[in-house]
Design a protein around this ligand. Sequence first.
Ligand code: UGA
Length: 461
Amino acid sequence: MKLAVIGCGYVGLVSGSCLAEAGHDVVATDNDASRIAALQAGKIPIYEPNLDKVLDTVVREGRLRFTSDCAQAVRGADVVFICVGTPPSETGEADLSAIDNVARLIAKESRSPKLIIEKSTVPAQTGEQLKRALHVYANNAGASFRVASNPEFLREGTAVEDFFHPDRIVIGVEDKETEQQLRELYRPILEGHFRCPVHQPNCPPAATPDFVVTTIASAELIKHASNSFLGLKISYANVLADLCERLGGNVDEVTRAVGLDPRIGGQFLKAGLGFGGFCLPKDIQAFIKLADRAGVDFGLLKETERVNKQRVDQLLEKVKKALWVMKNKQIGVLGIAFKPNTDDIRLAPAIEVIRRLLAEGAVVRATDPEAMERARAVFPGLCYSADPYEVARGADALLLLTEWEQFRRLDWKRIRSEMARALIIDARNMLRPAEMKALGFEYLSFGRPDPAGAAASNTSN
Ligand code: UGA
């Protein structure tokens, strides 16, 4: 099929490349001309594991092309994917102006029937508005539009695998023809005999994903409902961690056993610094606003958000309690990205932590395997090092804020010998308390008892 992908951010780049890999003819476009120029020159503007491999192949074989001429991309396509940003507006609602602009452009430039697919995360009823806008602005004979919603469930860091091995493909449609067209589009993935380019010899065979056909409004709701539920689970685990600290339990033990119930499931119950990134926090906020506007008080999600925002406070309380005066204390930060395997720092809890440490007068030195360049744009004056041992050198405390696998494998004995005070505050519950204690660290984390067993609260020193 001939596809146009409008918007070359995370969603557009991954979807466009993977759809090309699945055999379609894709033209990707973006209104940021410098981004397109970089992509044409073979530079990928984001860090996403395996994306380079896929892009390399599909660009070389001519199945994916980049153009800054959005009109041309639209005119040549049968199916247009809208993958533009829907950032939060000042009120917390999704700002849909980019979708509106794209709708007008598609309407104006189209000269033949097209299927327009919303892939950006949008509030329910955007499909209706999109249909209306396409109809109102259409000005060429021969142009007609069908609209569908096809939300993505890609996680940053594993987006390529997620695309080829989804657990479900959700499409919101209004007619059988659109359903058939989308079934055909995803056939290589649905039939499961497609060989994913990131496939390892020891990968288990991919399960056939569910193909879920719904109304457009349901598909839009499914996306917000999924991300919000994930956030809800994380906040639940974080409150459990607080409770464990007060009552002497171990949140790892509690969430593990709770998650063994298949009705609950063990994923997204990891307690720590809370959720960040540009999806969960903004989608929850937008869902709350959407519900409010519809006259439904989604108090459950308001509480999820409140608990999440408090995680940074909780961490700073631990730091302050341990260090007493923050001014001029040297603090090493391990991890800036909102989660491992990405360079994304948008709404990353670590950014807020660093901001607050600096405001208290602490001297911060930070490292991250991928996110330092982006962090430099936020904190240009901060001291960065690619070497975690250098970050530890002379530090009064080391904060582990993103659970990169590299950090687990550090020579912690050496880290201890570099530090002025051997204090680790592990905000992601990544390391083992007993091991760290045995190495001679004062070790604090969330909701896990002091390995000495002397105190119920692991915040005590
Ligand atoms: C999320 C969803 O997981 C994807 O399904 C969805 O497609 C995507 O948003 C989107 O809307 O585009 P992502 O933002 O990449 O994906 O990040 P997640 O893997 O969901 O992690 C979000 C945050 O939760 C991270 O800060 C992570 O550290 C935190 N987290 C995750 C926890 O604190 N505890 C956990 O147990 C799991």
